[in-house]
Ligand binder design. Structure first.
Ligand SMILES: *Cc1c(COP(=O)(O)O)cnc(C)c1O
Length: 535
């Protein structure tokens, strides 16, 4: 070793961090309000710094054992106490999990365990999970993982809500382990009939989970912050037995933190896994993981502590104003309409099917045109429900406090994009007829077609990795057109190929194959139109 020729297998710290920065340059911006899903920016750099410093202190702590690391129990306890007050459940207990999906999984696991304990013959039957069609995919995942049968109750396409009587009727089947309602639902941002469903569930001895993953830290302050009234949905409602509320969404904490709370201590304990029948250390896990990072827990604790209820009211006020402004702007655009009956900061925008096709705006073609103007919106495919009604395709917008800062640009982008694509359709199956007139053939020709005219997922992934943009309108149209199992398989193959290691070198080698072009599978604003991402 001369010191002049460092071993290329051992890059310096500086070099590694430089590469990390280069990798990160491919990402969508996490701050600044240009991405209207995935990220929740408080617009407060002081909070971001605080979260980073809190996480730093916990990097090497193991949340597996709070008796060895009592800070974990103390942090979690403080957040549960905050949740008790916020959600009107003075006695509720629970945990901080790694995110919404884990919270939903554990709510289902707890209910399944309770059902198995009470069932006459748990080996003969399969427990049922009753969900509105609008419930988050995480519950389908939970049913898949824990072996429940999903009973999906269609929602009214006009309101986005399930009819309470249909939900209650579904509870009269045998072996219902849990019913779920949302506050609000992710796809349409509407609050389900929580009081009716929870009340009927309680009469039947069935637990009722309110999925407030996205609403849990914004709806409590919505009315006080100047938004409209919110129908009751928290622990104050009789029959609500558990609630999930993500700290890493409107809690403005870094990713990896969600609150899961239970009204009933016995149901709470049913999610714990404990094992003494192995020769190693005695195991007791309240969540799905064993060794648990406490970094996100500490970061969330610090952000919640710094904001407090009044801090959240203030940030929610900005979100309320941004939501009202975006909603008014969308309603002002010929050819678009806000779907269903949203309460809170989420909007689903569809084509205005009261107009003739040539005056409608297809929401997916619109989202692609908005992306060309520097804002990322999220496409949702159309879907035919079991009762034959159609939930039309839509584009999803999540407003945050920083949306207010970009309002003038955003409103212009939304309007100009609609003018660009009015009368065009991006094609597809269910819900596509709401889209408009002629086919947008550009969306078709960019898809590398496989043997049966269906794009080859491998080729799609290669193209996206090589720097081409993934044509999301085409993917959404395929999801609408193909049988669900087939489109799901396409997604599996696509993501496996997209995330496969680039070249033979690992990330510590010469930068791999991600050094050029876009690698994110979403319609992207052009780099030049985006402000730099704050770390
Ligand atoms: C985000 C979300 C989830 C899943 O949470 P993750 O943190 O993405 O795992 C569940 N339900 C609703 C309503 C959500 O918005």
């Amino acid at each position: 070793m001369t010191g002049l020729d460092p071993d290329p297998a051992h890059p310096s710290a500086e070099e590694l961090l430089g590469r990390l920065t280069a990798y990160r340059s491919h990402d969508a911006p996490t701050h600044g309000g240009r991405v209207l899903s995935y990220v929740y920016d408080s617009g407060r750099p002081d909070l971001d710094r605080l979260a980073g410093e809190a996480a730093q202190q916990m990097l090497w702590v193991n949340g597996l054992d709070p008796t060895t690391f009592p800070s974990v129990a103390l942090l979690e306890g403080d957040l549960v106490r905050f949740g008790r007050e916020m959600l009107h459940g003075p006695e509720v207990t629970g945990s901080v999990t790694s995110g919404g999906t884990e919270s939903c999984l554990l709510a289902v696991l707890a209910a399944r365990q309770r059902w198995a304990r009470n069932a006459q013959d748990a080996t003969a039957a399969r427990p049922r999970l009753v969900l509105p069609a609008s419930a988050h995919a995480a519950f389908h995942k939970a049913a898949h993982v824990f072996g429940l049968e999903v009973v999906v109750v269609p929602v009214d396409p006009a309101t986005g809500r399930p009819c309470a009587a249909r939900m209650v009727a579904a509870l009269d089947q045998p072996d219902v382990a849990l019913v779920v309602v949302s506050a609000p639902s992710y796809p349409h941002g509407v609050v389900d009939p929580v009081a009716e469903v929870a009340g009927a569930a309680a009469e039947r001895g069935i637990p009722c989970h309110v999925d407030a993953c996205i609403g849990g830290l914004v709806l409590p302050w919505w009315e006080a912050a100047g938004g409209g009234p919110v129908p009751p949905w928290d622990f104050a409602v009789p029959g609500v037995s558990s609630i999930s509320a993500d700290l890493h969404k409107y809690g403005f904490a870094p990713k990896g933190a969600s609150l899961l709370l239970f009204a009933d201590g016995e149901l709470d304990r049913a999610r714990y896994f404990a094992l003494t029948g192995w020769p190693g250390y005695p195991v007791v896990n309240p969540t799905l993981l064993g060794t648990r990072s406490a970094t996100s827990l500490a970061a969330a604790w610090a952000v919640v502590g710094a904001l407090g209820a009044d801090g959240y009211v203030e940030l929610t006020g900005r979100t309320v104003r941004a939501t009202a402004a975006v909603r008014a702007a969308v309603e002002d655009v010929e050819g678009l309409r806000v779907l269903a009956d949203p309460v809170g900061p989420l909007l689903a925008v569809g084509a205005d099917d009261a107009l003739p096709p040539e005056r409608r705006v297809d929401p997916h073609a619109w989202a692609a045109a908005v992306a060309r103007r520097g804002f990322v919106l999220q496409g949702q495919p159309g879907m035919t429900q079991a009762d034959g009604t159609v939930l039309p395709r839509s584009t999803h917008l999540t407003m945050t406090p920083v949306t207010e800062d970009v309002l003038p640009d955003l409103v212009v982008a939304l309007r100009e994009a609609a003018d660009e694509v009015r009368g065009r359709s991006s094609g597809g199956g269910q819900g596509a007829e709401a889209g408009g007139a002629g086919q947008d053939t550009t969306a078709r020709t960019t898809a590398p077609a496989g043997p049966h005219g269906i794009p080859d997922p491998q080729a799609l992934a290669e193209a996206a990795r090589a720097g081409g943009e993934l044509d999301l309108t085409m993917v959404l149209a395929l999801i609408e057109a193909l049988p669900r199992e087939q489109s799901a398989e396409l997604l599996r193959q696509f993501l496996a190929a997209f995330t496969a290691p680039r070249q033979a070198h690992g990330p510590a080698q010469n930068g791999g194959g991600v050094s050029s072009g876009h690698v994110h599978p979403l319609p992207r604003p052009s780099r030049s139109s985006l402000p730099p991402s704050r770390p």
